[in-house]
Design a protein around this ligand. Structure first.
Ligand code: ZN
Length: 384
């Protein structure tokens, strides 16, 4: 019975050892980095394609808008023409009306009692006079018809003018809508460009790191911990001597647009520009990203704690004080804080900062890093 008991305990222990997650012990190699950088380059290409497509759409919209402006110009010219035609026709009508009046007054005179007065108009005899009267009547009728036609023409021109005014309004409305769409596309292009430059900077950093690992003599499938000798750390510490946490890890309202939720991969610590930022634990400097359009100057540090690989990231730095491959301790200044003057709001290059602060991350892994809540590893006082 006792022997059996011992056996069960041993079996359980063995089972526990088997169940313990093995990802902690997974070794990263130069090949992993190369795979990661290749994936990122593919992503970059797809971003570039997306951006090219968005640019093509923007161009299409711009052309549509230009066409509509040309239409409005055409309509406006035609409206002016129609107005001129109406004016001219009105003048002609006036002239014709004047003629009719004269003809009619002549008829009145000839039809009245003063029959002899027709001689004033030059009829040689009565037959001639009758003939002239008939001609006058015909002329007068003809002018009436002409006036009718011209009035119809005016009505037609006025209708055309009205129609063109409606068309112009429609085109103006369409232009406003197209401009809205164009603005959306331009925002899309800008966002894509931001992500693109950010990723591009990361690729550049990773390539530098790969170069460093190659120069360090790391074999393609050699465990980087062994090759680089990443110092084993005991735990994480606050990366700055002073500050106040202004934003936590996790989902939060987008601080830049004030709309929608974004996943915040780290913790924000507000502190003035140019304060020293220390490595949060002993480790080796990994990727260095310079002047990313989102994040500015960024330092990655690789750590090994209790057999687990971690990567800490320090964003929005004013300066970078370390190089890829450097061994660091918690007394090493990786860079100086920024986020104030480096932000686009103050004429800098970093569009992802609204004021002086350090964005600090703790991630699992050295490649394909997974963000964790830094509070699970470090105690952050409310102000220190
Ligand atoms: Zn942040």
């Amino acid at each position: 019975m006792k022997k059996n008991h011992k056996f069960i305990i041993l079996f359980l222990l063995f089972a526990v050892i088997l169940i313990v997650p093995t990802n902690k012990l997974e070794a990263k190699t130069l090949r992993d980095y190369i795979t990661e950088v290749e994936e990122m380059i593919k992503e970059l290409e797809s971003y570039e394609e997306e951006r090219a497509a968005a640019r093509a759409r923007a161009k299409e919209k711009e052309e549509e808008i230009a066409e509509k402006y040309a239409n409005i110009e055409k309509y406006s010219l035609r409206i002016q023409e129609a107005k001129k035609e109406i004016e001219d026709t009105k003048v002609t009508i006036g002239e014709k009306e004047e003629e009719i009046k004269e003809l009619l007054s002549f008829l009145q005179v000839t039809n009245g009692e003063n029959v002899y007065l027709e001689y004033v108009f030059g009829a040689t005899d009565f037959t001639d006079f009758i003939f002239r009267t008939a001609v006058v009547e015909q002329l007068s009728n003809h002018n009436d018809e002409l006036i009718d036609e011209m009035n119809q023409l005016i009505t037609k021109l006025e209708e055309e003018q009205k129609q063109l005014e409606i068309e112009t309004k429609n085109e103006e409305k369409a232009i406003a809508e197209q401009n809205k769409l164009l603005a959306q596309i331009n925002v899309e292009i800008e966002d894509l460009s931001d992500i693109y430059t950010d990723k591009e900077a990361q690729v550049k950093g990773l390539e530098e790191e790969i170069e460093y690992l190659r120069n360090a003599g790391c074999d393609m499938d050699e465990d980087i911990t062994v090759c680089l000798g990443v110092p084993i750390a005991s735990g994480f510490y606050l990366p700055v001597k002073t500050g106040v946490v202004t934003s936590e890890f996790g989902y939060r309202i987008d601080p830049l647009s004030g709309e929608g939720y974004v996943y915040h991969k780290g913790i924000d610590i507000a502190l003035d520009d140019w304060n020293p930022v220390y490595a949060a634990a002993s480790g080796t400097v990994g990727t260095i990203v310079r002047k990313a359009s989102c994040g500015g100057n960024i330092v990655y540090v690789k750590h090994l704690i209790d057999g687990q690989e971690y990567t800490t990231r320090y964003l929005h730095l004013s300066s970078i004080e370390v190089s890829t491959g450097d061994s660091v301790t918690i007394n090493t200044i990786v860079g100086y804080s920024g986020g104030g003057w480096t932000g686009t709001r103050r004429g800098g290059y970093d569009s992802c900062t609204t004021g002086a602060h350090l964005h600090f991350e703790v991630n699992l892994g050295w490649t394909n890093i997974q963000p964790q809540n830094p509070r699970n590893y470090i105690y952050f006082p409310s102000r220190w």
